[in-house]
Design a protein. Structure first.
Length: 223
């Protein structure tokens, strides 16, 4: 019977599932601690603590409807499970956090971060984790990660209308203050040019509606 249980495939939890589980956690309340929830949901207590510590990142990622639905489709699926599930969970949260911030993610970044997380969770002087190209491919498949180009359409910030009104009012005040004639008002049409080639792709969740890539503002000038 123990052999049968050992051969069972690991379950992959969606972001929605993780938030639902940690929502049951209450410090000091019987039956709501990490150990009790570990037995209830058959999840390692260390993994639950990782979800709890990263709950804000999970909440931010859950706002992307495509991420939640894509991940939920993989619940109970087959295939080879991860050797170090907690490492992959933390690595996945790190990738989602960079996606939200518009920071680029490359395969080499993922492998390096996997090594860093592995060393933090285990003996720093012990053997390195097997962050090979084969593992990377399986990890990306498990988490539905693909190379994506930045989306051409961007969601406007909530204060966009207010910012536009303030700008127009300020320009009108300057025109009246200095009695600027219409013939002296010119649109300079300045465009930022970058000395460094901007990245065009990043690793993000398959099906995400919006893929952000932050530009390096410090290296821009107007022409």
């Amino acid at each position: 019977m123990n052999n049968t249980k050992a051969k069972q495939k690991r379950r992959s939890y969606s972001i929605k599932d993780k938030l639902a589980v940690i929502a049951e956690h209450e410090e000091g309340v019987a039956g709501s601690g990490f150990y009790a929830l570990s037995n209830k949901h058959d999840v390692a207590s260390g993994t639950l603590r990782g979800w709890w510590q990263n709950r804000q990142k999970l909440q931010d990622a859950s706002k992307d409807r495509q991420i939640a639905t894509r991940t939920a489709r993989r619940l109970g699926d087959g295939g080879r499970g991860p050797k170090y599930p907690e490492v992959e969970e933390r690595l996945h949260l790190w990738i989602l956090d960079r996606n939200v911030k518009g920071l680029r993610v490359k395969d080499s970044y993922i492998c390096l971060q996997a090594q860093n997380i592995y060393r933090k969770l285990r003996d720093p002087d012990g053997p390195k984790s097997d962050a090979s190209t084969g593992w990377l491919a399986r990890f990306k498949e498990r988490k539905q990660l693909v190379s994506r180009r930045q989306t051409t359409t961007r969601t406007l910030p909530e204060d966009a209308a207010h910012t536009c009104r303030e700008f127009i009012q300020r320009v009108q005040q300057l025109i009246e203050l200095h009695q600027i004639q219409p013939r002296n008002i010119v649109n300079m049409d300045q465009v930022p040019r970058y000395f460094e080639t901007e990245p065009k792709t990043t690793i993000a969740t398959r099906g995400s509606r919006e893929v952000l890539l932050r530009k390096v503002k410090e290296q821009a000038h107007c022409a």
